[in-house]
Design a protein. Structure first.
Length: 462
């Protein structure tokens, strides 16, 4: 009996041990699977087949100084240079200077980075092979909201804005839509390491495919924000949220200083703004309501155009030489400053609509420079253009309607100023014109006669 009880107890013990071992194995297996999922996967799409090639090599080489061995932060880079064509790299630590020695995942040869299918293949490859809790896409290159990003100069220079070497905003939208549909991935961060892409027209294109956008509304010159400082911070704290990462990027862009030709420290020549794209529909609605109020005021009192002009100029003055002229409705303006400037007008409806736009813009802005001489939000590139994405934004916000009424009002103001100069001539008629012309001829004749007389006297004496 005792032997039987002992056998049962032994069987129970062995069963428990085996079950516990199986549980441990299961937990370890789950941990191994989870270990393959990074906290962050960043996809860098670097246009280097242009005058940014050497600069981009330098920046990627700097990224190789960091230690990625934890596997919690992955940087996958698509880089097409001027010599050897395009490669997809996984950035790994390497201390060899002035060259990229990271792991080559694909050698693609010469490609057109302006082709949306090339970008889509890269995004799909990265998303499928490097799963993560958070995804970011950063596009490095030249930029302008009117023509897009790039260029890939094997197929056209930056001045050939309609060349196939340019990735247009419309093509970027189609690519991101296909990427989301194919992978069910919504980007946590989309960033532009390029000039002038920090506009609400661009943000409205991307709102359905990314959560946060980081970009500059001004010129970037030769600095880059996707640099060693930003990723060092993320490697130290891989669990950083997308919002905290965006704040760090904006903060870092402000503390970097440069030395000018005379050796003096100067502020950074580029700065960034981060915006929560979920607010874009609300911003479009608030801006549309404000434009409706402005249009009504212009129709009732065309002279209001002069007051609006002051608000436009106030919100445009930080755009620099790369901004279109404000006059005749060609704007590059900070609409947060614009909304605040309209508060000084003596019109309760405009003040109310402007304040509501200000409020939603402040909620949408995750991080901004916080300085009086900098843009405080993304700009609006409000101008007459055939670019579909910009024109779509202008239509939804009634900016096109406002520009039309603005021009009509300015023409009315101009026509009221001109009659004061014409009225006297109109009343005097042809007599006035003949009188001053006759007088002018007579005076000229007297002067000539006097000169001849003096000469004659001189020769007579001599």
């Amino acid at each position: 009996m005792i032997k039987k009880i002992g056998s049962v107890l032994l069987a129970l013990i062995l069963t428990t041990i085996l079950s516990f071992s199986g549980l441990i194995s299961t937990v370890e297996a789950e941990e191994n699977v989870n270990a393959k999922i990074a906290d962050w996967t960043f996809m860098l799409y670097a246009f280097g087949d242009n005058n940014l090639c050497a600069f981009t090599v330098e920046k990627l080489d700097e990224l190789e100084l960091l230690d990625y061995s934890s596997g919690r932060v992955k940087i996958i880079c698509f880089f097409d240079d001027l010599q050897s064509g395009a490669k997809i790299y996984e950035i790994v630590q390497d201390d060899t200077p002035s060259t990229i020695n990271s792991k080559v995942l694909k050698d693609l040869g010469e490609v057109n980075m302006g082709d949306p299918d090339v970008l889509l293949d890269f995004l799909t490859f990265s998303g499928s092979n490097f799963p993560a809790a958070h995804y970011g896409l950063i596009i490095l290159g030249h930029g302008n909201p009117t023509w897009g990003l790039g260029p890939d100069e094997h197929l056209g220079s930056i001045m050939a804005k309609k060349s196939s070497g340019i990735l247009t905003l419309g093509e970027l939208k189609i690519t991101l839509k296909a990427f989301k549909t194919g992978t069910d991935i919504t980007l946590d961060i989309i960033g532009f390491d390029a000039c002038l892409m920090g506009t609400f027209e661009v943000a409205s294109v991307l709102k359905d495919y990314a959560n946060i956008m980081i970009a500059s509304p001004t010129v970037m010159h030769t600095e880059t924000w996707a640099d060693v400082h930003i990723f060092l911070s993320l490697l130290k704290d891989p669990a950083k949220s997308p919002e905290d990462f965006a704040k760090k990027v904006v903060e870092d862009s402000l503390i970097q200083m440069i030395i000018d030709e005379e050796g003096y420290w100067q502020p950074p020549t580029r700065y960034l703004i981060a915006v929560d794209l979920s607010y874009i529909p609300e911003i479009i609605d608030a801006f549309s309501r404000l434009n409706s109020a402005l249009i009504s005021q212009l129709q009732a009192s065309p002279e209001s155009a002069l007051d609006f002009d002051k608000a436009v100029m106030e919100s445009n003055k930080f755009a620099g030489i790369h901004s279109p002229q404000c006059h005749l409705g060609l704007w590059t303006l900070d609409i947060l400053v614009f909304a605040k400037s309209l508060q000084s007008l003596d019109c309760s409806e405009i003040k109310d609509k402007a304040d509501k736009l200000r409020e939603v813009l402040e909620r949408a802005t995750i991080a901004e420079p916080g300085k009086a001489n900098y843009f405080r939000s993304f700009s609006v590139y409000a101008s007459d253009t055939s670019v579909d994405c910009i024109n779509d934004f202008n239509t939804k916000t009634k900016t096109n309607e406002y520009l039309k009424e603005y021009r009509i009002a300015m023409e009315k103001i101009k026509s009221k100023e001109e009659p004061s100069e014409k009225s006297f001539r109109d009343k005097a008629g042809n007599w006035f014109e003949k009188w001053w012309l006759t007088a002018l001829i007579a005076i000229s004749a007297l002067i000539i006669a006097g000169f001849i007389f003096k000469k004659a006297q001189f020769f007579k004496k001599s």
